[in-house]
Design a binder for this molecule. Structure first.
Ligand code: GCU
Length: 410
């Protein structure tokens, strides 16, 4: 009998519908009782499980990858920041190019902690700063979060500068002593048809062959690791204190990046919802069926077989959160974000707690779902704030406090 069949059999016999897999019980039934067992056995098997069944394989760090710093302005944002722009060429030049935009607070003595995240509408959309290079990648034409009238024929124009600044409080982040680094999702991977047709996917056709194909969320997560490779070379940034942040689909990517790449010091998930921080097992909010049909490119093809089986799924997203342990992770939810099932995001974070405790980290200091507008912050942080699916000042305030708690020297 193959190992794979055996493990499926184990899942089938050990779990009842609606029951969550225990993060501290290995696939073969072994109880995980020590940090060494977690590190050597359970963590690698979970990474392999999620790689095979959900996020797909990725190419690791490509040998031919090069970075080019093409801008360094020490007087950016009226002197408040140094703006650095780095072009990442994952397959060497010429080839797909990903622009990494970085703001570092001015006048800092030591290397600073950073927050790194993908953006939805281009680096130029996060701030009006005219020095930001306009992306040449495709941009979607419509959204309720930004005024995209400055986007012509799916291309950026100067009029699109700063249109998504509401999601990115750059001045506040740098005034709190953090660098901010960001990249545009479509520079990395196409989030529109033809899927896998632009960005980095054409560099790796062999990774599209199997059911565990290099997915779009997989590529976004992978690009965050590549950005961290670049930040490791930047002396103004302390690459050991980089938090990975993302909203919604980009939060799904941030969570997997933080789970799979232990160099990230922290994960900030803003309403990542289905396939992010929420549990599928509750059967509430966006289903696997919807996720894998409306967005067939986001996850590996292997994940599609679980459509309609949300409550029987042999794994769930609490295990992804547990892979961040003992590093801190914050799950931010919104009350009216019904797809993302705020309570299901809390339940997932809570179910990851035993791993944090086993590894000597703080858990999630709330036994029941916290009241709306209350932030709880241990090794795991959580809030559900009033309002819709969005990134609001309240969210950033909690993330920065959580960063201060864990990433700032005391
Ligand atoms: C859709 C999708 C969500 C996703 C969201 C987003 O609403 O159903 O899963 O999080 O898009 O990325 O904005």
């Amino acid at each position: 009998m193959s190992g794979r069949f055996l493990s499926l059999l184990f899942f089938a016999t050990a779990l009842h519908a609606g029951e969550l897999a225990d993060p501290l019980v290995a696939n073969d039934g072994t109880k995980i009782a020590t940090a060494a067992q977690w590190r050597d056995h359970r963590r690698p098997e979970l990474i392999e499980l999620f790689t095979r069944e959900m996020y797909g394989r990725n190419p690791g760090r490509p040998e031919k990858m090069i970075f080019e710093v093409f801008d360094r302005d020490t007087k950016a944002l009226e002197g408040k920041a140094t703006r650095i722009q780095i072009a990442l060429f994952p397959g060497g030049k010429p080839g797909p190019r990903i622009d990494l935009l970085v703001y570092v607070p001015s006048g800092v003595q030591a290397p600073v902690p950073a927050i790194l995240g993908l953006n939805f509408w281009g680096n130029h959309a996060i701030h009006k700063d005219p020095g930001i290079r306009l992306t040449e990648s495709w941009i979607e034409g419509r959204t309720s979060y930004a005024d995209l009238t400055g986007v012509r024929d799916h291309k950026a124009t100067d009029a699109a500068r700063g249109v998504n600044a509401n999601h990115w409080p750059v001045e506040e982040i740098i005034s709190r002593g953090y660098a901010l680094a960001t990249m545009y999702r479509e520079d990395v991977a196409a989030d529109h048809e033809p899927y896998f047709g632009s960005g980095v996917h054409p560099l790796f056709p062999q990774l599209q062959q199997g059911d565990d194909n290099f997915s779009t969320i997989g590529a976004w997560a992978w690009s965050l690791s590549r950005a961290l490779d670049a930040l490791e070379k930047e002396p103004l940034i302390d690459s050991k204190r980089v938090a990975v942040f993302g909203f919604s689909r980009l939060g799904k990517a941030a969570l997997w990046a933080g789970a799979s790449d232990e160099r990230f010091a922290m994960v900030l998930s803003n309403e990542s919802g289905a396939g992010g921080a929420k549990l599928f097992h509750r059967g509430v909010g966006e289903s696997i069926e919807r996720l894998t049909t409306v967005f067939p490119h986001w996850y590996a093809r292997s994940f599609k077989k679980y459509a309609g089986k949300d409550k029987e799924l042999p794994f769930d997203q609490h295990l992804v959160i547990s892979l961040v342990a003992p590093r801190p992770v914050y799950v931010g939810s919104a009350q009216e974000d019904t797809y993302a099932d705020a309570e299901g995001e809390f339940a997932a974070a809570k179910a990851a707690e035993p791993v944090f405790r086993l590894l000597g980290a703080e858990g999630l200091p709330a036994d029941t779902w916290p009241a709306v507008g209350v932030s709880v912050q241990g090794g795991i942080g959580y809030h559900v704030r009033p309002g819709k699916h969005d990134v609001l000042p309240f969210d950033w305030q909690q993330y920065l406090l959580f960063g201060d708690k864990h990433l700032k020297p005391r």
